[in-house]
Design a protein around this ligand. Structure first.
Ligand SMILES: [Zn+2]
Length: 351
C-alpha cells in the first residue's frame, strides 16, 4: 500500500477522538490573528516564527519542557468568551475535516478564567462553539470532558465538580459535559488524592478517565484503577512494562487512550517503534487512538492512524477494528453509530 493509498483508505473511516485538549488544538492562524488584533504575546516575529511557539518541530524541540512550553502562548488568548467560542467551533471544524465524527473535547476551565470568566461561562462558550458547528453538520457529535489539575489537589477538584453540575450533557439539548479527568504532573500528586473527587464525579453521573502512566510507572495506573474506578486511562503507556496490569486492563474492559506522537515528544517512549500499542492489542485491551494535542504535536487523528500503520504494519482490517474500538469507548450518550454502514472485518485486529 502506498502512503497515498493509506490516506485514501483512512479517509473512508469515520473516526472518534476521545482525548483532545482544547488548549493544545487551537489553529496557529487564529492565534496569530488574535495576536495582531489584541496583544502580541511574542512581538517582532513573522507567522512562521510564531508558529514555532505553538507546534512541535522535530528539528528544534526535544524535551517535555519544549512540549509544555507550547501551551503558554495560547493561554494569552483563551481568557475571553468570544475567543473560546470561536476556538471550540474551529476545533470541531478541523476535526470534522480530518474525518472525526465523534469528538470528546477536554478542557480545564480554571486556566481560562484569568480575565474574570466563571467556570460555567468557560464551559458555556465551549458548548456554544461546538453546538453551532453541530447544527451545520448533523452527522457530527461532541461532548466535553472537564479536567482538574492534579497540582490543585483533591479538594479543588471537588469544588470544580460542584461548579459544573449544571453543564452536564443531560441538562442541555445538544452538547454538554460528559466526563471528568485529572491531568498534570503525576509524580507528586498520586491518584489516591483524588478518590473523593472521583466518588463525587460518579455520584454526579459523569464518566471517568484519568491521565496515568504517561510520565510515571505502571504503579500509578494500578492506583488509578484501585482508587478512582475509571472506564478509560489517558495514555497508560507504562502499562506496557507490566504483564499483570495488561491482564487487568483487558479483563476489566478499561480503554487506553493512546497518543503516539505526544508520547514520543513528551518522552513517555524513547522510540515509537518501542511503543507498547501492539502489546496492548495482543493482550486484548481496548484501545482508542487519539491525538492529545493536534496543534502542539503537529498531527491529526488520521495522521496518528497512518503512523500506526507505518510503525507496526497494521492493515486496513486492523485500522477498522481500532476505529470501531475508539467509537465503542465514547462517553457520549446514545453510544456510537459510526460504523453501521461499514463492512465489519471478520477477524478483528489482524495480529
Ligand atoms: Zn492529555
Amino acid at each position: 500500500m502506498t502512503p497515498q493509498d493509506r490516506r485514501d483508505f483512512l479517509r473512508t473511516m469515520p473516526l472518534a477522538e476521545l482525548h483532545r485538549h482544547f488548549d493544545g488544538s487551537i489553529r496557529p492562524a487564529t492565534l496569530w490573528e488574535l495576536s495582531k488584533k489584541y496583544y502580541s504575546a511574542v512581538p517582532d516575529l513573522d507567522f512562521e516564527a510564531f508558529r514555532h511557539y505553538l507546534e512541535w518541530d522535530d528539528t528544534l524541540d526535544k524535551s517535555l519542557i519544549d512540549y509544555l512550553d507550547k501551551f503558554h502562548v495560547p493561554l494569552q488568548y483563551t481568557q475571553f468568551y468570544d475567543s473560546i467560542m470561536r476556538i471550540a467551533y474551529e476545533i470541531a471544524e478541523d476535526a470534522y475535516a480530518d474525518g472525526v465524527r465523534v469528538l470528546e473535547l477536554r478542557i480545564n476551565p480554571l486556566i481560562h478564567r484569568r480575565a474574570g470568566l466563571t467556570t460555567r461561562q468557560v464551559l458555556h462558550a465551549t458548548r456554544k462553539g461546538l453546538v453551532s458547528f453541530t447544527e451545520k453538520h448533523p452527522d457530527f457529535r461532541s461532548g466535553i470532558i472537564v479536567i482538574a489539575m492534579r497540582s490543585h489537589g483533591g479538594n479543588m477538584a471537588k469544588i470544580l465538580l460542584r461548579e459544573i453540575l449544571g453543564e452536564k450533557e443531560e441538562y442541555h439539548s445538544q452538547v454538554g459535559v460528559i466526563g471528568f479527568d485529572i491531568a498534570g504532573p503525576e509524580a507528586p500528586f498520586p491518584p489516591l488524592l483524588f478518590r473523593g473527587a472521583y466518588e463525587l464525579a460518579g455520584h454526579m453521573g459523569l464518566n471517568k478517565t484519568v491521565h496515568a502512566g504517561e510520565s510515571e510507572g505502571p504503579e500509578r495506573i494500578w492506583e488509578a484503577l484501585d482508587n478512582l474506578g475509571p472506564a478509560r486511562i489517558g495514555h497508560g503507556t507504562s502499562a506496557g512494562q507490566d504483564p499483570e496490569l495488561l491482564k487487568r486492563l483487558a479483563s476489566e474492559g478499561v480503554v487506553l487512550e493512546v497518543c503516539l506522537s505526544s508520547n514520543l515528544q513528551t518522552g513517555a517512549v524513547a522510540d515509537l517503534r518501542e511503543h507498547p500499542l501492539p502489546r496492548f492489542l495482543d493482550a486484548g485491551i481496548k484501545v482508542a487512538m487519539c491525538t492529545d494535542n493536534p496543534t502542539v504535536s503537529a498531527t491529526s487523528l488520521s495522521r496518528e492512524y497512518e503512523l500506526a500503520m507505518d510503525l507496526f504494519g497494521f492493515n486496513e482490517t486492523d485500522m477498522l477494528a481500532l476505529a470501531r474500538s475508539s467509537c465503542e469507548g465514547t462517553f457520549l450518550g446514545g453510544g456510537c453509530l459510526c460504523y453501521e454502514d461499514l463492512k465489519t472485518p471478520e477477524s478483528g485486529v489482524n495480529r
